[in-house]
Design a protein around this ligand. Structure first.
Ligand code: 6PG
Length: 238
């Protein structure tokens, strides 16, 4: 079932999502999650590290990424680096539970390699790797993971992962494709800030140009999609 949760601030979104994450993780023996980059996850990671260091069993969680920038793992732009700084360096996650995208590698071979990592390690349902949770952000342009409107066809790619190109910077990215995202048991969008309000309205109300946005295509087959919004992002739908 699609659920839309609206909170007063970005901080509250991060806190409520952290509780959601903790409870969902606790209900699984092994919990496979795909993380996202972006500003809201950063606060989530801080909150999780600060408040749930002891009460989440980190050894049962396997960390993957929904997308990564093709940069060194030490680069400020690296989603992996952001996660290490804000979460993984602060909690007891075994190294073996961390499956990073190797952004420093040749992008085309890395997309193939990471797709194979998913195929090997995740449960396979209907021939596609299945995450317990995929966390997504949405850009001001309606992109999600690293599938941007100008390359929306990547959503329907046959591979698990693809190489995408950021429309402004030209930076290459590795991204999960639609079939993996929509095969997840649960997908959660973390979307905050007034600059997202127009696209949130178009997508959730299915009006205007909603068909042009990759975020519209997020429709997990389980139906279990949760939008975590702050009041600014939700201001056009109230
Ligand atoms: C990335 C992303 C991307 C992000 C959105 C929203 O690595 O860039 O995973 O899809 O989630 O751009 O980012 P904000 O939360 O910062 O607005």
């Amino acid at each position: 079932m699609k659920e839309i949760k609206i909170y007063d601030s970005k901080q509250t979104v991060a806190e409520e999502f952290s509780v959601f994450f903790k409870e969902l993780a606790a209900s699984h023996k092994t919990f496979n999650v795909a993380l996202s980059g972006g500003s809201t996850p950063k606060i989530v990671f801080d909150y999780l590290a600060e408040n749930f260091e002891e009460t989440i069993d980190w050894s049962r969680i396997n960390f993957y990424w929904g997308d990564e920038r093709c940069v060194l793992p030490t680069d400020e732009e690296s989603n992996y680096k952001m996660t290490v700084t804000h979460l993984l360096s602060k909690v007891a996650v075994p190294e073996a539970n961390i499956f990073r995208v190797q952004g420093e590698n040749d992008p085309i071979s890395e997309a193939v390699r990471y797709g194979a990592v998913l195929a090997k390690n995740l449960p396979n349902v209907d021939g596609v790797p299945k995450f317990d949770l995929v966390i997504l952000g949405m850009g001001d342009d309606g992109h999600t993971a690293s599938i941007f409107p100008h390359e929306i066809e990547l959503w329907d790619a046959t591979e698990n992962c693809e190489v995408a190109i950021h429309p402004d910077s030209g930076q290459k990215r590795i991204t999960l494709t639609g079939k993996v995202i929509n095969n997840a048991a649960v997908v959660a969008f973390l979307v905050t800030g007034g600059s997202k309000a127009e696209k949130v309205k178009e997508i959730l109300k299915e009006v205007e140009n909603y068909r042009d946005y990759p975020a519209t295509l997020v429709q997990p087959t389980t139906g279990d999609l949760v939008w975590f919004l702050d009041a600014d992002a939700a201001k056009e739908i109230n």
